[in-house]
Design a protein around this ligand. Sequence first.
Ligand code: ATP
Length: 336
Amino acid sequence: MKALRRYLPEIDLDEEEVPPSLIDRMIVKRDDFAGALNEVEPSAMREVLVELPKISWNDVGGLEDAKQQVQESVEWPLTSPEKFDRMGVDAPKGVLLYGPPGTGKTLMAKAVANETNANFISVRGPQLLSKWVGESEKAIRQTFRKARQVSPAIIFFDELDSLAPSRGQEMGNNVSERVVNQLLTELDGLEEMGDVMVIGATNRPDMIDPALLRSGRFDRLVMIGQPDQEGREQILEIHTQDTPLAPDVSLREVAEITDGYVGSDLEGIAREAAIEALRDDDDAEEVEMRHFRRAMESVRPTITDDILAYYEDVEQQFKGGGTDALRDTGGRIGFQ
Ligand code: ATP
């Protein structure tokens, strides 16, 4: 097609046939291949899904402090980079969201992309490693390239710990070392283009290569912890928006007694309560408080004492001296 396009001006489209002399001269050149390579993406990269998420801040309940921090570190550099120039500091390039599972890290990354009208590219650590066996660093490179093409964009690395574990912790090959190095190169190269931001998410911040957490990389660390009572009530409200609730239902009461439940647990309670209502009566038209009580019995809270202690420890480590201090703890912190 590239070659044909070159000859198109010489072809009289009103004629039925192309003159044989022209056909004889037609050749596909090296440049045509080069041009084609620019246009056709490797099929695996077509799977790098670029989306414009529909989640807004209103869909994220509670977590006010964290929201504020994410807004500062992601929205400002994308929407008003001049603020940082004015203050003579570099805008943050990457933010690491860490915290227990199901607390809304993915949700928050999507909300911030939506709010800034940025394209959202989501990369799951384990998936990238398995799909691109032997070529993971190439996949990283292409992900960043894609982000630049569709900027403003946010690249979201979910389960970053699996992609970039501390070098030395890996199992017998140097894949993660190459991946970490590639990530570092890409992050360091982001400077020239302020409109690509990187958000990482992890449940195990202590497992991440400390080099990635230094200044100019994932240099803002935001803990997405368990929601407080008010936050839990908001989350329950969000997830019962379309559910008809009986007058006896008090989401406040549910929120009061669900200490330790995170966002995804509360979503589970709302769903389970509706199912309980249907179980009682096929034709049920509303969900009652007793259904919520039963749902709370079947959905267990994610946060246990161990998990709480682990994150408190990690948070302290990050506050007191940052990543180096964390690294120095060696194997001291950890939970299973
Ligand atoms: P993981 O560490 O397991 O990837 P995560 O922190 O990324 O978890 P999400 O995927 O964002 O968690 O949340 C899972 C689901 O739980 C969301 O789709 C959402 O429905 C619900 N949820 C979690 N947190 C909140 C919240 N703060 N407000 C509203 N819904 C929430």
